[in-house]
Design a binder for this molecule. Structure first.
Ligand SMILES: [Zn+2]
Length: 433
């Protein structure tokens, strides 16, 4: 192998022959085998620490795939080692799906090319195309920026849920009415989402049949996404590698935010590069984040501990909404192990039931999606929450799992680069309309 590998074309042939061999053995296409080889080579060469963790059984294969793919944007070996040191403890305590999202955020800190440059290149590849499915069906596929994709899906989902609820109510009325001759069959949420997409694209507005009956105004349901932006990314300082690192804070609300942020910016020290993140997805480019920041009406100011990344406080006081804002910043998604449903589709759940004396405070609340909220109350699953928002889950058979707030990973600084006097790092979180 080594002998032929010296020449480029020879190496390519050896590679293909090996792929064909593995393809035969595994019963997969040679191109699939090539991808497996490539991933294995990158794991062994670029991330030996992750390979060791996989061999030792501390993480799974899906974890390593996430680590290697997110780490593909890092060129320098020292930067790769630093990224591996940060991402491995995360992978060891999170499910592959969550670990992959956190890996994209961590990899961003160590990448040589900025997210802006990579995003500009990737965005040039946006397109829409069709794949035939047979039986008179086809798939419409689209590649676009992540914020738009999540916003479109959110808007379709919210419209679909309203439509489905109305249809179920209609069915129930028909069932209860002895005179009714037919019972309508409600659509599933998936079907309703697809129908709304067609209506919006072909007619320019959502299906109007329910709106006409005065039941809902679907057109008024806008998309919602949750974007978290460090102050430096907001100011466009990301490319210089600076970050706001003193105890200064950014006020919430419109133009004040930017004015105060500028004052805070005066006390710069070089530290980890801030990365804007989209809840449910991971890192996004700062330019998109800044545009969203300008469009949004409301801001939540989030102060985080510079040592641990733990969320310390979220500003502006109105008891229930105040706590919900805190939880949105701290939790980012449903807290059931491995779940990534975003806060907008989750309930704030009392860890210890209010009926059993549980207080309505951030120490006793966490976001759970509908599915896991129901599961918690209907099955023998137990949960405990500590002062830092870490939740320990206990299964019906007594297995324990710890779920740490995603903010602890997201806001934690890159190792050792923090200014010594800093104790808090302000982070602004807009709620995009
Ligand atoms: Zn969930």
């Amino acid at each position: 192998m080594e002998r032929v590998a010296a020449s480029g074309a020879g190496a390519e042939l050896v590679h293909r022959a090996a792929a064909a061999e593995i393809g035969f053995a595994l019963g997969i296409a040679d191109r699939s085998a090539e991808r497996l080889i490539d991933r294995a080579a990158r794991l062994c060469n670029d991330y030996p620490e992750a390979h060791a963790a996989l061999s030792a059984g501390r993480i799974g294969l899906a974890h390593t795939t996430g680590i290697v793919e997110a780490g593909a944007i890092i060129d320098r070996p020292e930067a790769r080692a630093a990224y591996a040191a940060e991402v491995l403890p995360v992978a060891e305590s999170e499910t592959p799906n969550r670990a992959r999202r956190l890996a994209t955020i961590l990899a961003e800190k160590h990448a040589a090319r900025t997210m802006e440059k990579r995003h500009a290149e990737a965005r040039a590849e946006r397109r829409v195309w069709i794949a035939e499915l047979g039986d008179g069906m086809a798939e419409l596929r689209a590649v676009m920026d992540a914020v738009s994709a999540f916003a479109i899906h959110d808007r379709l989902s919210r419209q679909a849920h309203v439509v489905c609820a109305a249809e179920r109510a209609e069915r129930d009325r028909a069932l209860a009415d002895p005179l009714s001759t037919s019972v309508p069959q409600p659509r599933t949420v998936d079907q309703a989402r697809a129908d709304q997409l067609v209506d919006l694209l072909l007619n320019g507005e959502p299906s109007s049949s329910w709106a006409e009956r005065g039941a809902v105004g679907l057109g008024r349901l806008d998309a919602r996404v949750q974007v978290t932006i460090p102050v430096d990314a907001l100011l466009g300082a990301a490319s210089s590698g600076d970050t706001v690192s003193s105890g200064n804070t950014v006020s919430s609300g419109g133009s004040d935010t930017r004015a105060d942020a500028l004052r805070a910016n005066a006390s710069h020290t070089a530290a980890s590069r801030g990365t804007a993140t989209l809840a449910g997805h991971g890192a996004i480019d700062a330019e998109t984040a800044r545009i969203l920041a300008q469009l949004t009406a409301g801001w939540d100011r989030v102060r985080v501990d510079a040592e641990t990344g733990a969320v310390l406080a979220v500003d502006r006081y109105r008891p229930s909404e105040e706590i919900r804002r805190f939880l949105r910043a701290r939790d980012q998604h449903c807290r059931y192990p491995g779940c990534t449903i975003v806060p907008f589709r989750s309930d704030a759940d009392h860890t210890v039931d209010a009926a059993q004396g549980g207080e309505t405070s951030s120490r006793n609340l966490s976001f759970l999606c509908k599915r896991h909220h129901t599961m918690k109350h209907r099955t023998g699953i137990g949960m405990r929450q500590d002062a830092e928002g870490v939740i320990e889950w206990t299964s019906a058979l007594g297995r324990r799992l710890k779920d740490r707030p995603v903010s602890r990973v997201m806001f934690a600084p890159a190792g050792g680069t923090l200014a010594s006097e800093s104790s808090e790092r302000p982070v602004a979180e807009p709620r995009a309309a």
